[in-house]
Design a protein around this ligand. Sequence first.
Ligand code: NAD
Ligand code: IPM
Ligand code: MN
Length: 349
Amino acid sequence: ARAIRLAVIPGDGIGPEVIAEAVKVLDSVTAGSDVAFEKTTFSLGADRYLATGDVLTDDDLAAIAAHDAILLGAVGGVPNDPRLKDANIERGLLLRLRFALDHYVNLRPSKLYPTVPGPLTAPGEVDFVVVREGTEGAYVGNGGVLRPGTPHEIANELGVNTAFGVERVVRYAFELAERRSKRLTLVHKTNVLVNAGKLWNRIVTEVGAEHSDVVVDYMHIDAATIHMVTSPDRFDVIVTDNLFGDILTDLAGAITGGIGLAASGNINPDGAFPSMFEPVHGSAPDIAGTGTADPTAAIGSIALMLDHLGLRAEAERVTRAIEQDIADRGDASRSTAQIGDAIAALARA
Ligand code: NAD
Ligand code: IPM
Ligand code: MN
């Protein structure tokens, strides 16, 4: 039997609720197979911080890094909760994991299923993947505050884009485009962010020359939000930086039936570090505890994880189960656990 060590970080709010269902589906799809997921649960997030003052210790990080993969629910409290302002859970936990484990590909697929009610009237066929850079850009924390608290305060956040970092994510995006419909769109803001824009453009052109069968398109981020709403079927693989990718994938989630369906993988393609799989959404404090969170995004993240681990048949079974469940969804509102039970039953071998 192949043993796979899985670190599970349920996190805050609806995180533990959706992760319980994701684990249910994982257990169901691997029941009786020769792979065994050995799970270690790490209690991290806002609740842990409020109880202990710790966000992510070096020991936590080392222990998590010793696993083969990571499954994360969501971390963070109510936005702007004053009790959490010194903790910075999102940076200290989520981004620290992404940076330390070199998750340079943040993979966020979006697909609109015919039976899913979305906000668009005539969306056409929507099936694209955003390849969001995961370790650089405005997220690196390169900046600071001068004259804090004064009328002359200066708050700096310097975006960092390196040739090394851009090239590796662009290469990944081209290789993905080769396996899909051979269309790649670079999304940026080269008219204003001219330095980073030049670098992204140059590298897309250079790597593109090695993939002459891939048709390359460019769009400014603001225009991309228009096209994603008016003609989302024009996209196949989108490559973009960390911040634009963050914003664009919430929009992508919204147009494909809601953020409760949007799965993601924080991938270290080289395999030097464990990759981390999580729904795109956050801890949703507004619905936590009501049992109404949709676990489909977390379950879809299981499919991405299985695929990444080379368990293609199992990944396919989870994806088919999600698709079947979505097709069966009527108007009846089901609880988090009811959706998890239904998908787990469909995924059983
Ligand atoms: P959010 O994604 O948590 O919620 C936005 C809206 O979507 C809310 O109305 C929520 O009820 C709804 N929603 C989210 N997931 C849903 C689901 N599975 N089913 C049904 N509805 C769902 O974003 P937010 O309110 O901006 O952030 C809340 C907290 O989560 C913050 O602390 C934020 O920093 C954190 N956050 C964490 C992650 C992560 O851990 N990966 C991602 C985003 C936000
Ligand atoms: C996401 C989240 C995170 C991000 C936050 C919570 C740090 O919004 O995973 O999309 O901005 O990457
Ligand atoms: Mn986000």
